[in-house]
Design a binder for this molecule. Structure first.
Ligand code: CTP
Ligand code: MG
Length: 229
C-alpha cells in the first residue's frame, strides 16, 4: 500500500530557546528536519511527503528540499497555531490516491528505517496505531496545589511518540469534527479516541526522542555519533 507522510514542522521551538525554529539546528552538520525527511525519502513504502512549516520558514524549507533532492516531497505548506491545525492542513495536501497516512514530528530525527518498517509491519491490520514506550519513572496525578491524588500502575502507561499511522478517512473525519467543536488533543490519536475509534499501541524506541530542550540536542548528537561508530 502506498503511504503518505505528514511532517508537522511549524512550531516555534520555544522550549529550545534558540530564537528560531529548532528544526534548523544542526545534528552532525545537517538540520534536524533534513534528518527527518531523509528517512522517509529513503523508505520504499513511502510515496509522498508533505512538510508543514511556519510561514516565515517556508522558503528555507523549500531550499533544503531542493538542495537535498527530496523528490517525494509533494507539498510544503503553511501550518497553523497548534500542531493539530498543522497536521489537519497537511493531510489535505496529500494526493487523493493516498489512503494510509503516517504523521511524524519534524523534531524526531532519530527514527531509523528499521524501526519505521517494523512499525509498518506491526500496525498493518489496524486502522489507527501509534508508537509508545514504557515509562522509567513512576507517574503521579496531582491537583493544582501539588497534592498527590493517585499513582496509576506503571504497566498501564506509555509515553507516546510518533510515527502514528491512520486510515486516511478516519483521520480526516476526526480532525474535521474536532475543528468543528474546537476540541484540541495533544496528539492525533487523541482525536480518534475522542471519536470512539480504536487505537492500537505498539512498542516504540528509546532512541526516538523528540528534540525539545537543549539537553535533547546533546543526546541526539551522541546517539547519531554512536550509530556512525
Ligand atoms: N508543530 C507544528 N505546528 C505547530 C506547533 C508544533 O507543526 N503549531 C510541530 C513542531 O514543529 C514539532 C512537532 O509539532 O515538529 C512537535 O511539537 P513540539 O516539540 O512542541 O515543537 P515546538 O512547538 O516547535 O516546540 P515548543 O513547544 O517548545 O515551542
Ligand atoms: Mg509545541
Amino acid at each position: 500500500a502506498e503511504i503518505g507522510i505528514v511532517i508537522p514542522a511549524a512550531g516555534q521551538g520555544k522550549r529550545m530557546g534558540a530564537g528560531f525554529n529548532k528544526q534548523f539546528l544542526l545534528l552532525r552538520g545537517q538540520p534536524i528536519l533534513v534528518h527527518t525527511v531523509r528517512l522517509f525519502e529513503e523508505s520504499s513504502y513511502v510515496s509522498e511527503i508533505v512538510i508543514v512549516g511556519a510561514e516565515s520558514d517556508l522558503l528555507v524549507i523549500k531550499e533544503l528540499v531542493y538542495h537535498h533532492k527530496f523528490l517525494k516531497v509533494v507539498a510544503i505548506i503553511q501550518g497553523g497555531a497548534q500542531r493539530q491545525d498543522s497536521v489537519r492542513t497537511g493531510v489535505q495536501a496529500l494526493s487523493s490516491t493516498i489512503q494510509r497516512v503516517v504523521v511524524h514530528d519534524g523534531a524526531r530525527p532519530l527514527l531509523t528505517l528499521q524501526a519505521f518498517h517494523r512499525f509498518l509491519e506491526e500496525t498493518e491490520e489496524f486502522s489507527a496505531a501509534i508508537m509508545g514506550i514504557q515509562l522509567k519513572d513512576t507517574i503521579k496525578r496531582v491537583d493544582l496545589s501539588g497534592k498527590v491524588l493517585e499513582t496509576p500502575p506503571r504497566e498501564g502507561l506509555r509515553a507516546v511518540q510518533t510515527p502514528q499511522i491512520f486510515d486516511r478517512g478516519i483521520l480526516e473525519e476526526a480532525h474535521h469534527q474536532a475543528e468543528k467543536v474546537g476540541y484540541y488533543g495533544t496528539d492525533d490519536a487523541a482525536l480518534l479516541e475522542w471519536m470512539g475509534y480504536p487505537v492500537q499501541m505498539v512498542e516504540g524506541s528509546q532512541e526516538n526522542i523528540k528534540v525539545t530542550t537543549p539537553d535533547d540536542l546533546w543526546l541526539a548528537e551522541r546517539i547519531l555519533a554512536m550509530r556512525e561508530a
